[in-house]
Ligand binder design. Sequence first.
Ligand SMILES: *[C@@H]1O[C@H](CO)[C@@H](O)[C@H](O)[C@H]1NC(C)=O
Ligand SMILES: *[C@@H]1O[C@H](CO)[C@@H](O)[C@H](O)[C@H]1NC(C)=O
Ligand SMILES: *[C@@H]1O[C@H](CO)[C@@H](O)[C@H](O)[C@H]1NC(C)=O
Ligand SMILES: *[C@@H]1O[C@H](CO)[C@@H](O)[C@H](O)[C@H]1NC(C)=O
Length: 494
Amino acid sequence: MSKALGFLVLLLCACVLAVDSSASGWEFATPVISQPQVTLNLSSLSSTGQYTVLTHPDFVDYQVRVKKSDFCDPTVNVYTGYLDVDYGAKHLFFYFFESRRDPAKDDVMMWINGGPGCSSSMGLLMELGPCQIDMKNLSSNGTVWNPYSWNADANIFFLDQPIGVGFSYADHGETVETTEDAARNVHAFISIFFETFSQFAGRPLHLSGESYGGRYLPAFASYIVDQNRISIAQGREPLNLQSVLIGNGITDISTLYPGRYEIECGTAALEVPMQRISTCVRMRMALPRCQMDMQQHCIDRFNEMNCRAAVGFCDSELSTGYWGTGRNVYDISKMCIGDSLCYAENTAIKAFLDRPTVREQLGVESPNNFSACSREVGRGFNLHMDKYAVPAQNYVAGLLERGIRILIYAGTYDWQCNWVANKLWVDKLEWTGRKAYNAQNWRHWEVDGAKAGETKSSGLLTFATVRGAGHMVPHDKPAEAQAMVSRWLAQLEL
Ligand SMILES: *[C@@H]1O[C@H](CO)[C@@H](O)[C@H](O)[C@H]1NC(C)=O
Ligand SMILES: *[C@@H]1O[C@H](CO)[C@@H](O)[C@H](O)[C@H]1NC(C)=O
Ligand SMILES: *[C@@H]1O[C@H](CO)[C@@H](O)[C@H](O)[C@H]1NC(C)=O
Ligand SMILES: *[C@@H]1O[C@H](CO)[C@@H](O)[C@H](O)[C@H]1NC(C)=O
């Protein structure tokens, strides 16, 4: 979520060049397209610290540097690397883990964290990745194996985006400051990914993420769908995008504050409201004005200055009360520890990823130290009021109308991008399946015979809560989260 967190992925016609991983890469790549065409066998990639450089004639201003790594999951093939975009000026870092089940047949999934500006390694190392940061000094390598990883039955990559996030960087200070701009680089990345990892070409693709992912993913998926039309017209293979999964996302801004009120002052999260009565009364008084001003200045007609003022009012009247409690903004059942990201893992992950041995193992070439969330990137998006300027729910409707499955899930203890706000926007989403969706009944969904949450589903759209989980659902309820994703990929009911 922007405020708190920011402050808070044919054959490869490739010329294969091994370069020393300490070189910046691009200067080696310029003359390569006329070289003999080679099909790359990923298993033949070196893991000795050398990057293999791959180019493609359809994407002349892009190249991929990739190497095999022994990072994180010894049970599968792991690759890390950079996609160099815009003639090598911008470098997007990724981690790729093959599926633990059947990498030759399983779907491909991308995971991104939010912010805007937060690194997807956070999701990797404290939520759904094949290994988790070792918080108990149990291991000598800094991580422990995660039995509930989402690569249980999918090939999965984690992308640090946009430029400036995590280990992604730009050579000349270029920035990406809107979701719609970021979409181009992500589309290029995923296109080249499928060209490079050619054994995955045509495989079903799923985009997943959380938090600001609720703004990113609908736009990224829509850009892919629109670009697919161009690919088809040009006789190229389209990306086989099948679904989008958003956890505790920020999508439709109109329901955020009423949702927060219900979490703090109602019984939507806890049986007894946690907020002081006097604070709740004041919040209840401010809510209609907050809603009216946002409707007028952010939604009906976006006016940057007035929208900023409206959001300022809403935050001061409806958010400061919660921050004042010292509670974790991502989990109402916990106190906020450490920095404004509220979890001890953040500090441990930074220390781990800043280790020279780990950077070397990953092939990191960013000149910067790691930061969980980039303030600069957050600031750039805030400058454009990216969160408010485009109604991201309309992308979701557009995707549903074009046959893309959508899963909106939310941990019930989150305050920041809470489940009530998500339920409210999904209920009022304007699409042809709206009536049918609203006519469905809520039902329990279960994991190992125990209730995991509530769900409602119609056609391509599914909404699900995860009981007792905060913002980072796989962190809090790993077995439930993994079961949910497995069922979703298998197109089973939750
Ligand atoms: C790739 O290389 C591995 C190991 O060298 C081999 O087992 C596999 O059959 C090769 N795959 C293809 C598609 O050539
Ligand atoms: C790191 O150590 C843990 C605990 O000893 C082990 O389970 C895990 O597989 C190791 N990870 C790697 C990448 O070797
Ligand atoms: C972690 O374990 C190692 C070896 O078991 C030990 O040398 C080290 O002091 C421990 N570190 C902490 C912080 O407990
Ligand atoms: C990275 O961190 C180290 C150790 O804290 C520090 O000496 C160095 O200046 C930092 N580098 C950058 C680019 O900030």
